[in-house]
Design a protein around this ligand. Structure first.
Ligand SMILES: Nc1ncnc2c1ncn2[C@@H]1O[C@H](COP(=O)(O)OP(=O)(O)OP(=O)(O)O)[C@@H](O)[C@H]1O
Length: 599
C-alpha cells in the first residue's frame, strides 16, 4: 500500500520510459533551461575582469602623466577625472559581480531542485530487485551530495573557471603590452607561485577527503550507537564503544590539524613568493627607470598585476578538484538515470479498477538471484473472499509469495493470475490499490496519525472514523492528547508495537482493498491487544480475499485454506479439518503446540 501511494505521487514529474540518452547529453539537457542566465553571468564575468584589469592602468596613467610628466589636465584627462573614472570602473565591477553571483546562485539552486526531484522520482520507481542490492546511503548521496556537485559544476565551477582563465589571460596580455622585458622578469617567480599553490592545494584536497571519510564514519558510528543504545547498555558495552569512538575521533582530530596547518601555510608562503617577485621587479625596474627606459607607473601596474595573479591560480587549483568530484557525481547520477529503462511503469498495463480477488499461482518458479530457486513449482488457488493461511518454517518462501502478488518481482517460470489476468499485465497502480499489505514491522512516517492512515489520499472523516473503529484503534487514538492529529515521531517510535499494528490495520481498512495481506507479528503482544488485533483482522477479512502469514495457530484454524510451505515448495494444503485428518505437517504442528501448552 505504501509503495502504491508513493508511486502515485510521482506523477508530477514525467519520466519517459525507454528514452535514455547518454549521460552527458542528459545532463546538458537538464542544464538547458539555465543556459541563458549562465551566458549572462559569463558576460558579467568579462566586464568584472575588464574592471580589474583597467584599474591599475588608470593609476599608471595618473602617475606617469600627471605626477611625473606634469601634463596639462584637460576635462576627464586630469587627476580628478581619472579618480572619477577609477571610481566608476570599480563601481561597475562591483555591480556586475553582484549580478553574476545572483544569477549563478539562482541557476545553481534551481538545478539542484530539479535534479533532486528527478532523482527521487526515479528512486521511487526503482524495482525492488534494484533496491535489494543498493545500500540506502548510496541513494541518499545521489539525492543530496551528487546533485549539489553537479550544480556546482554547471554554475560555480564553469562560470568561475571562465572568469579565472580570462583574468589570467588578460593580466598576461596587459603585462606583455606594457613591457615584454618586465613580463619576462615577473615570470621568473610566477611559476614558483603556481607550483606552490597547486602543490599545497592538492595536499589540502587529499586531506579533505580523509576528513570527509572520518566525519562520515563518526556520523555513522553515532547513529548506530544511538539506535543500538539498548543493546549497548544491556551488554555493558559502553567502554568498548567509547574506545572505538576515541580512536575514530583521534584520526579526525589529526586530519583536521593537518588541514589547519596546510591552510595557514598557503597564504604566507605565496605572499613570500609574491614579495620576492615584486623585489626582483623593483630592483630591475629601478635600474631601467634611472636609465629612462621605464616609467614608474608601469612598474607600479606590474606590482599590482603580480598580486592579482594569486587569487585566480588558487581558484583554479580548487576548481580542478571540484571538476573531478563533479565528474564522479555526474557518472553516478547518470548511472541512476540509465536505470530509467528498467523503472516500474505504474500507469502501464490493463486498467482493472476493482479486483474481485481470486488469486491463482500456476507452477510458479522464482529466484531472487539466478537459479537460486526460492519458490519451486508452487501452485494454488485462493477464491475471491476466502482466507488463506500460509505456514511453514523460516525462510520457506511465505513472504516472497506476497511480494510476487504485489508485483514487486517477476517470476521466472509459471504465472500468477489475479481474476484470471496475469499479474504482469495489470496496471501496477491499480494492482497495488487493490492489495493492502500489513507487514510484521509496521512502518509509520513522521507526521500525524491521520497522515499515516490516509498516506496523502482523499479519505473523508467518516471513512477514517469507520476505519479506526473496525481496526479497534479508536479507543487508544481517542485517548491521545491530539487524537487523530497526534504527531507520530520518525518510524512511529512514540507508539507501542501493538498500537502501530492497529494503525496499520486502520490504514489498510481506510483504503478498502480487494485483497488483504497480513504478515502476522511474531513479537509478543499482550492478550488484550492480541484480541483487538484478532478482531481487526476479522473485520478486514470480511468480504475480502485475505492472505495471512500465520505464526499463531488460532489464526490458522479459522482459515478456509491452509498452505504449508517447506523449502520453497507446498508441502500440503487444504482446510484445517482435512489436514488434521491427513496427519501431516499441520497436524504435527498442532500436536506440538498442544503438548507444549500441556507441559
Ligand atoms: N530480497 C531478497 N534477496 C535475496 N534473497 C532473498 C530476499 N528476500 C528473501 N530472500 C531469501 O528467500 C528465501 C525465502 O524468504 P522469505 O522471506 O520468503 O521466507 P519466509 O518463509 O517469509 O520466512 P520468515 O518466516 O522468516 O519471514 C530465504 O532463503 C531468504 O534468504
Amino acid at each position: 500500500m505504501i509503495s502504491t501511494r508513493l508511486n502515485r505521487k510521482t506523477s508530477s514529474v514525467r519520466l519517459e520510459k525507454g528514452t535514455s540518452p547518454g549521460p552527458v547529453k542528459e545532463l546538458l539537457r537538464l542544464s538547458a533551461p539555465y543556459a541563458a542566465p549562465l551566458a549572462i553571468a559569463c558576460l558579467c564575468v568579462v566586464i568584472v575582469n575588464a574592471a580589474y584589469l583597467v584599474q591599475p592602468l588608470i593609476l599608471q596613467r595618473v602617475i606617469d602623466r600627471f605626477l611625473i610628466g606634469h601634463a596639462v589636465p584637460r576635462g576627464l584627462d586630469s587627476i580628478g577625472g581619472m579618480a572619477l573614472l577609477y571610481l566608476a570602473v570599480s563601481a561597475a565591477g562591483s555591480v556586475f559581480s553582484y549580478i553574476q553571483a545572483l544569477l549563478v546562485a539562482r541557476s545553481g539552486q534551481n538545478l539542484i531542485h530539479h535534479l533532486r526531484v528527478r532523482v527521487l522520482s526515479i528512486i521511487q520507481l526503482l524495482p525492488l530487485s534494484y533496491l535489494d542490492r543498493t545500500l540506502p546511503g548510496k541513494l541518499i548521496t545521489r539525492a543530496t551530495n551528487d546533485t549539489s556537485e553537479i550544480s556546482d559544476l554547471y554554475t560555480d565551477v564553469v562560470v568561475m573557471l571562465i572568469k579565472d582563465v580570462l583574468l589570467l589571460g588578460g593580466i598576461v596580455y596587459v603585462m606583455l603590452s606594457l613591457s615584454l622585458k618586465l613580463t619576462l622578469v615577473s615570470f621568473i617567480v610566477i611559476p614558483l607561485i603556481v607550483f606552490l599553490v597547486v602543490y599545497i592545494k592538492n595536499r589540502i584536497q587529499k586531506n579533505f577527503y580523509h576528513m570527509k571519510h572520518f566525519i562520515g564514519k563518526i556520523n555513522g558510528f553515532i547513529a548506530e550507537s544511538i539506535s543500538g543504545m539498548r543493546v549497548i547498555q544491556i551488554f555493558r558495552a559502553e567502554k568498548e564503544k567509547e574506545e572505538q569512538f576515541l580512536e575514530l575521533n583521534g584520526s579526525y582530530f589529526t586530519t583536521t590539524l593537518t588541514q589547519v596547518r596546510l591552510n595557514s601555510i598557503l597564504k604566507p608562503a605565496s605572499d613570500l613568493f609574491q614579495n620576492l617577485s615584486i623585489a626582483i621587479l623593483v630592483w630591475y625596474g629601478a635600474g631601467k627607470i634611472f636609465g629612462g627606459s621605464l616609467q614608474i607607473g608601469v612598474l607600479y601596474a606590474f606590482t599590482t598585476y603580480i598580486k592579482q595573479f594569486f587569487a585566480p591560480i588558487s581558484d583554479l587549483a580548487d576548481k580542478y578538484t571540484s571538476i573531478q568530484s563533479a565528474l564522479v557525481s555526474t557518472e553516478r547520477i547518470s548511472e541512476l538515470f540509465r536505470e530509467q529503462d528498467r523503472l516500474e511503469a505504474p500507469e502501464e498495463g490493463l486498467p482493472m479498477k476493482r479486483l474481485d480477488g481470486t488469486i491463482e499461482f500456476k507452477h510458479v518458479w522464482f529466484a531472487y538471484n539466478d537459479n537460486d530457486w526460492v519458490l519451486k513449482d508452487v501452485s494454488f488457488v485462493i477464491e475471491k473472499g476466502q482466507t488463506a493461511a500460509f505456514i511453514g518454517e523460516t525462510g520457506a518462501g511465505k513472504t516472497t509469495i506476497i511480494s510476487l502478488i504485489n508485483g514487486f518481482y517477476r517470476v521466472q517460470k509459471g504465472e500468477i493470475l489475479i481474476d484470471g489476468v496475469n499479474v504482469n499485465d495489470i496496471r501496477l497502480t491499480e494492482l497495488r490499490r487493490n492489495v493492502s499489505v500489513v507487514l510484521q514491522d509496521v512502518f509509520l512516517f513522521s507526521g500525524t496519525i491521520r497522515d499515516n492512515i490516509t498516506l496523502g489520499d482523499d479519505i473523508d472523516d467518516e471513512n477514517l472514523r469507520n476505519a479506526l473503529r473496525a481496526s479497534c484503534a479508536e479507543t487508544f487514538v481517542r485517548e491521545l492528547p491530539g487524537g487523530i492529529n497526534e504527531p507520530v515521531t520518525e518510524r512511529g517510535g512514540s507508539l507501542s508495537a501493538g498500537q502501530r499494528q492497529l494503525i496499520s490495520f486502520a490504514r489498510a481498512l481506510a483504503h478498502d482493498p480487494a485483497i488483504f495481506v497480513l504478515d502476522e507479528a511474531t513479537a509478543n503482544i499482550d492478550t488484550h491487544t492480541e484480541k483487538l488485533i484478532q478482531r481487526a483482522v476479522d473485520n478486514l477479512a470480511r468480504g475480502r480475499t485475505t492472505l495471512i502469514i500465520a505464526h499463531r495457530l488460532s489464526t490458522v484454524a479459522g482459515a478456509d485454506i491452509i498452505i504449508a510451505m517447506k523449502n520453497g515448495r507446498i508441502a500440503e494444503s487444504g482446510g484445517s479439518a482435512e489436514l488434521l485428518k491427513r496427519g501431516g505437517y499441520y497436524a504435527k504442528l498442532l500436536e506440538e503446540s498442544r503438548s507444549h501448552a500441556a507441559s
